[in-house]
Design a protein around this ligand. Structure first.
Ligand code: 4FV
Length: 245
């Protein structure tokens, strides 16, 4: 998987190269990551990449020319989709991460200032993605979220392949609670079912916990989900319990 990032701050991505699942993905050759800086594609002595907005108003806009030349250079080595991280994009979720992880390559455009000249978006960007309804100072952190989320879905990156499949959102439900040693922490005990070794019972308890949490905190996720008979039964039991309370 080849990922190219267009950013004025390539150093920000060193953290991904040196740590965590992205480091494992890069070291194992499951992914390769390159950064391209639009400032290296300027042609003026001041290496200018931003300018005042037409029509006035606050802030600056990333200029189309250095960006366009930078995108040309990336397109030489990466024929995948160019993804622009911006609050105007599709809301990132596990499904989109899955789509990106299935690609051989893609590139990420990180905006700064008020954003990039719209003619670059209209003529060069294939997809716009937002990580949430808030405004960051740049697209780099959003790009890192995408890179981390994709790297952990790549084959042979996570410990036992199983874990990515067991991801809560992969299943469209919130995750169940997790416990580890000690059994008794400051008087708080691990639920007995988890100590019993009955894997079917443990799996059912975890599903029940995921359903209860999802029902309480993210009912929207339940709306979108095709429930199994087991899940319908568990949810009915949960409803009854709640009505009893
Ligand atoms: C953002 C987001 C985001 C907007 C102006 C960068 C900033 C600045 N990107 N999801 N939310 N981008 O806030 O992806 O150029």
């Amino acid at each position: 998987m080849r990922i190219d990032v267009i950013t004025l701050f390539p150093g920000m991505f060193d953290g991904l190269r040196e740590n965590g699942v992205s480091r494992v993905a890069l070291e194992r050759g499951a992914a390769e990551l390159s950064c391209y800086n639009p400032r290296d594609f300027t042609q003026d002595n001041y290496r200018t990449v931003d300018d005042r907005p037409y029509g006035g108003g606050p802030g600056m806009v990333m200029m189309p020319e250095p960006l366009g030349r930078c995108i040309d250079a990336v397109s030489e080595v990466n024929q995948g989709p160019l993804i622009y991280l911006s609050p105007q994009g599709e809301r990132l979720d596990q499904d989109i991460l899955g789509e990106l992880a299935a690609l051989p390559q893609f590139s990420l455009l990180c905006g700064r200032y008020e954003g990039v000249d719209e003619r670059i978006v209209a003529s060069r960007v294939d997809r716009e993605i937002s990580i949430g309804d808030y405004v960051l100072s740049g697209g780099e952190l959003a790009a890192m979220v995408v890179i981390d989320g994709v790297c952990r879905l790549l084959p042979d990156v996570l410990g036992n392949a199983e874990s990515a499949q067991q991801d809560s959102f992969s299943a469209g439900l919130l995750d169940c609670p997790h416990y580890t040693r000690p059994e008794n922490y400051r008087g708080m005990r691990v639920p007995e079912v988890l100590l019993g070794g009955n894997h079917a019972e443990i799996a059912r308890w975890r599903l029940r916990q995921s359903l209860a949490r999802t029902k309480e905190r993210r009912p929207d996720l339940l709306q979108r989900r095709v429930l199994s008979d087991d899940e319908k039964e568990l949810l009915t039991a949960l409803d009854l319990e709640q009505n009893d309370e």
